[in-house]
Ligand binder design. Sequence first.
Ligand code: TRP
Length: 337
Amino acid sequence: MMKKTILTGIRPTGNLHFGHYFGACSNWLKLQNEYDFYLEIADVQALTDNFNNPSKVRKNVKELTLDLLSIGIDPNKVHIFIQSQISEIAELTVYYSNLVTMARLYRNPTVKTEIAQKKALFGNDGESVTYGFVGYPVSQAADITAFRGELVPVGEDQLPLIEQCREIVRKFNSIYGLTLKEPEPLLSPTPRIKGLDGNEKMGKSLGNAIYLVDNDETLHKKIMSAVTDPQKIKKDDKANPEICMVYYYHKLIQNENLKTVCQECKAGKRGCVACKKELIQKMQEFLAPIREKRTYYETHPEEVDHILQEGTKIAKEKAKETMHDVKIAMQIDYESK
Ligand code: TRP
């Protein structure tokens, strides 16, 4: 049986943190064994917000690739590629842009929220809201359909973008004839990971994230500052682990002593400092194989370049096939005549 095609993307704007890992990437590690998997480093999309800072995007393409390989994304199973290198995506974006109204883009809940955030940050004059930004759902529809992605693993915040893509596909097919595939979202089982401060979401801009590249010293500092049960003042006070971030991370990394951690905390037999130290040690164990792989790839840059080149080559072939069909459907297939 033919494997189904999966496509997902990630913006190269920073290193991977625990929120990415447990919220999305750990699921990709399973999916890579079952599907034909295209993993896009969405540098064009990152540039919509960072057009004036290209070196940041460039640097993070490399960082992100190292992160992805170090967590165990297998380049023999996953086509890791760079969005900007697939010109067909840009081409499709132009054609799809006729199929979407401005009103519909402004109504997209993801775009709406992000515009509100920009206005709060840069003032209410709309100066920061570019054409490229408002249109990024169209470009994302091109990302997905260029590879005939059938399933798109995403977090909940991305659902409106998948819906928008499905609408574009339906409109395209109804005007030009059945050409494109309508993708389905594949929701991650744990889409949201809490931050060190107890915030419902771990995020770079929230300053509450633990990164996979954090060294021991940083890890120590961060875990020591993690929010615990505020009612617990002295080390033998009884506490509620369910509202403690330290316990939350013990659970996340599947500490095999979890029951003991919980019982001792509830019984007032475990001080927060000791509990945090145990967590640091368990996190180091969890990170050990990831750090080892990262060191390997950091010292073999030619291998990393080769992986990206191969992934991009395969992605390009697939996108070309789609482009060929799209051009025929739209009657702009001049070169194939
Ligand atoms: N918008 C996604 C994010 O910010 C990244 C992304 C780019 C993506 N292209 C994609 C996700 C295609 C799924 C499919 O997380």
